[in-house]
Design a binder for this molecule. Structure first.
Ligand code: PLP
Length: 356
């Protein structure tokens, strides 16, 4: 069976060596040695200003919204994973959906200003499939209207824009280290920000609002990363170059062999060094997509309808339609993409799609 993705497992000895350190230290969580080492290694690897590893990629979004959005209106994208919208609703804010750009698939910056009201506090946008939003235009709008900017950068491990980590843009950026993501700690994630003050503010929030007994700074939750998660991170991190190279091999194969007469693909923004995290293709109609899914499934190949449906159609949302997101979500499919995907499997996938 070929699925859309397959988790990268480092050699078990590499993981065991990290886990052995936890037993030696007899220390499982709360600012442990492995957590501290992973924090520093990620900071160096990604070349980011400030980082706080966390227990998943959803809590940093909620923590940033809790700090900035003040139960107001949050301008957001309808084209992302459900965690983006759900976090807004969970934090008792109102999501205001702005449609996406038809080729970049990120929030359409030209439509943001029309959605701003006196209740707007924050923009929460997703660099979907690792493709950066127009961060400059969004920064200009945010400054003009005095709004905070949070980027859901769950897909962006290793992505740079204009030579700088995409995590360094916005007031806060977040990433997911879930098992299905590019770099993983089983479950995990991180929050990124520019300066030490913001880091402190966010750090308290992820640690029950305090540092040490009695030192309360405000409201907080528990989003700490444990030593067991850090052990997986330290075991996976040395393989990132290998992971990216093998994924590039698969993407290059699709680029060269798929017949793009009746298909289109994601347009990556200029000045971006991309990370080959997903390979979405867009069909001309939903009927063609469903037919292709059927043909692939008959050969035990299971791509995924990432992202479907459009988030403004969620049952707990009451919002106007976003016509571009609606049509894209009906026609977009993410093809199998992982390090061990074999050339002969790629050949069958491509043939089944081209011959549909
Ligand atoms: C995976 C993902 C998340 C959630 O991350 P978790 O680590 O699973 O909590 C949030 N946003 C996007 C866009 C994602 O793809």
């Amino acid at each position: 069976m070929i699925n859309v993705t397959k988790t990268f497992f480092p050699p078990i000895e590499v993981y065991q060596a990290q886990v052995q350190r936890i037993w030696d230290n007899q220390w499982l969580t709360n600012n442990g040695e492995l957590y501290k080492e992973l924090t520093q290694k990620l900071k160096d690897h990604l070349d980011v200003n400030q980082i706080i590893p966390m227990t998943n990629g959803t809590l940093p979004i909620q923590i940033a919204l809790n700090a900035y959005a003040n139960c107001g209106e949050v301008i957001t994208t309808p084209f992302s994973y459900v965690a983006t919208t759900a976090s807004i609703v969970w934090e008792k804010c109102k999501p205001v959906f702005v449609d996406i750009h038809p080729q970049y698939l990120t929030i359409d910056e030209a439509k943001i200003e029309a959605a701003i009201t006196e209740k707007t506090t924050t923009i929460l946008a997703t660099h979907v499939y690792g493709n950066p939003c127009d961060v400059e235009a969004i920064e200009t709008i945010a400054q003009k209207h005095n709004l905070k900017v949070i980027y859901d950068a769950a897909h962006c491990f290793g992505v740079t824009y204009k030579g700088k980590s995409i995590f360094n843009y916005g007031d806060v950026s977040t990433c997911s280290f879930h098992a299905t993501k590019l770099f993983h700690t089983g479950e995990g994630g991180a929050l990124f920000c520019k300066d030490k003050e913001t880091r402190q503010e966010m750090w308290y929030r992820h640690n029950f609002g305090h540092d040490g007994p009695g030192h309360y700074h405000g409201l907080g939750i528990n989003a700490k990363m444990s030593e067991l998660q850090a052990a997986m991170g330290l075991a996976v991190l040395p393989y990132m170059e290998h992971i990216i190279t093998e994924r590039k091999r698969v993407c290059d194969y699709y680029d060269q062999c798929l017949d793009f007469l009746n298909l289109s693909k994601l347009k990556i923004r200029k000045n971006t060094e991309w990370n080959y995290v997903y390979y979405p293709i867009i069909f001309e109609s939903e009927a063609q997509l469903l037919e292709t899914i059927k043909n692939l499934a008959a050969n035990n190949i299971h791509p995924r309808r990432y992202f479907h449906p459009s988030l403004e159609a969620l049952p707990y949302i009451n919002s106007k339609d976003c016509p571009i997101a609606d049509t894209i979500t009906k026609r977009i499919l993410c093809l199998p993409l992982y390090t061990t995907l074999k050339e002969r499997d790629l050949e069958s996938i491509v043939n089944l799609i081209n011959n549909a």
